[in-house]
Design a protein around this ligand. Structure first.
Ligand SMILES: [Zn+2]
Length: 121
């Protein structure tokens, strides 16, 4: 997804959070700060989780033509794509990335969770 599309998606969701919270605030005139935060936090986590997911994809899908194993130097093999849900303090991040495995030592990489060699592109 390109920058403008990602920006539009993010801002649309941020605006929806604002609208929901504003309406909620209008209906809960006696709400305490903690109650407001309790209403807002899950929405913030959902929004930030999606943004983190977009940032992970910003430089590609994690599939590389050639990746050399950092442990043993063997050429790694692509194992297609894998999906993971990562629970982060900012929210749940859904990640779908290329996965590579070393046929020699079994090391796997799922960038950016594990570091890919600097020359991988
Ligand atoms: Zn290896």
């Amino acid at each position: 997804m390109g920058k403008e599309k990602a920006r539009a998606k993010f801002l649309g969701k941020a605006e929806a959070v604002f609208e929901r919270m504003w309406s909620w605030g209008a209906e809960h005139t006696e709400a305490t700060l903690d109650e407001m935060a309790a209403e807002l936090v899950p929405q913030r986590q959902e929004l930030m989780g999606e943004l983190l997911g977009e940032l992970v994809q910003q430089h590609g899908d994690g599939r590389y033509e050639e990746v050399v194993c950092l442990d043993c130097g063997e050429k790694m093999k692509s194992s297609g794509r894998r999906r993971r849900k990562v629970l982060h303090a900012e929210g749940e991040v859904k990640i779908e990335r290329g996965y590579h495995r070393c046929p020699e030592c079994g090391r796997g990489i799922f960038p950016p969770g594990s570091k890919a060699p600097a020359d991988a592109a």
